[in-house]
Design a protein around this ligand. Structure first.
Ligand SMILES: NCc1[nH]cc(CCC(=O)O)c1CC(=O)O
Length: 318
């Protein structure tokens, strides 16, 4: 079998959103592909796709994301462009990806995972533990809000979105005393210094798939499949198999505060998961381990047991 490699005259088209983080992720994908096949960067074209999700998020900057479309908002249109053939692969933050892909597309390539932790960002305080009673936290993430309210019922939380610069400006303007971002995004943007500290997963369990980049393609595109296989990271895939099976079995959407993290050590996979009420009044948490290859089954079973433990009333906010 021979692989027809892309050339500068007929480049492989990499689709991405236009945000600084999305662009950084697309560039990382391009340089990994170029070095894996010893090709010039020009053999890969980065195609920026402006989604209505981006427009709506910009217009309704102070609204929770779920009100303007929720998970899948940013990925659906990119997927349509890929099905049409105008791009060959699409680079995604796995945290924002729905658990199932549309017919005709597949997701079987993950880049090595970045730091999974959340970043504590503040001009006034160094760590989460330093926050005084009554501090005002800015976050639009249902998960982070619920986790914070659960741990610190005396804190106040306000909606808070925008890019890193916007958020830093809001902190300077005193809109909030602290905010939270993913360490992975800051690291990939070369802005790690924005984080005053990284929050241990014991104190704030990250979102499912946080820090992971996935690359989607058309299922019947074997050239893209062969190319992506060369940059695929198996350990990230094993961790995400467990986390995403857990999320899928919880029927997780961005309207349900859910956290989940799988870690590998030796031949063992440890999966921690959390489901919260949005107001932080209740949390159900589990911490289990299994053989690595059984991670997806563990995720499904753990979700089932947590749903049973929660009972129907727990989810009545939906
Ligand atoms: N929901 C937005 C989003 N999707 C992925 C990241 C960061 C990078 C990652 O987790 O891979 C972010 C921003 C954030 O939470 O700070």
């Amino acid at each position: 079998m021979t692989l027809t490699l892309p050339t500068p005259a007929s480049p492989l088209k990499i689709g991405t959103r236009g945000s600084p983080l999305a662009l950084a992720q697309a560039h990382e994908t391009r340089s990994r592909l170029a070095s894996a096949f010893d090709l010039p960067e020009e053999a890969f074209e980065i195609v920026v796709i402006k989604t209505t999700g981006d427009n709506r998020a910009l217009i309704a900057a102070d609204k929770p994301l779920k009100e303007i479309g929720g998970k899948g908002l940013f990925t659906k249109e990119i997927e349509e462009v890929m099905i049409s053939g105008a791009i060959d692969i699409a680079v995604h933050s796995m945290k924002d990806m729905p658990v199932a892909q549309p017919a005709g597309l597949c997701l079987d390539c993950y880049l090595p995972r970045e730091d999974v932790r959340d970043a504590f960002v503040s001009l006034k305080y160094k760590t989460l533990q330093d926050l005084p009673e009554g501090a005002l936290l800015g976050s639009s993430s249902l998960r982070r809000r619920a986790q914070l309210l659960h741990r610190f019922p005396h804190l106040n939380v306000a909606e808070f979105r925008g890019n890193v610069q916007t958020r830093m400006q809001k902190l300077e303007d005193g809109v909030a005393d602290a905010t939270f971002l993913a360490m992975a995004g800051l690291n990939r943007l070369g802005m790690a210094d924005v984080a005053r500290s990284a929050i241990d997963p014991d104190d704030m369990l990250p979102a499912v798939a946080q820090g992971a980049i996935g690359i989607e393609r058309r299922s019947d595109d074997s050239r893209a499949g062969d190319m992506l296989a060369a940059i695929h990271d198996g350990e990230t895939a094993q961790r995400l198999a467990a986390e995403r099976a857990f999320l899928a079995a919880l029927d997780g959407s961005c309207e349900t505060p859910i956290a989940g993290l799988a870690e590998l050590s030796g031949g063992t996979l440890r999966l921690r998961g959390e489901v919260l009420r949005p107001d932080g009044s209740e949390v159900i948490a589990e911490d289990r381990s299994c053989a690595i290859e059984d991670g997806a089954e563990l995720g499904r079973q753990m979700a089932k047991d947590m749903l049973a433990k929660a009972g129907p009333d727990f989810f009545s906010w939906r």
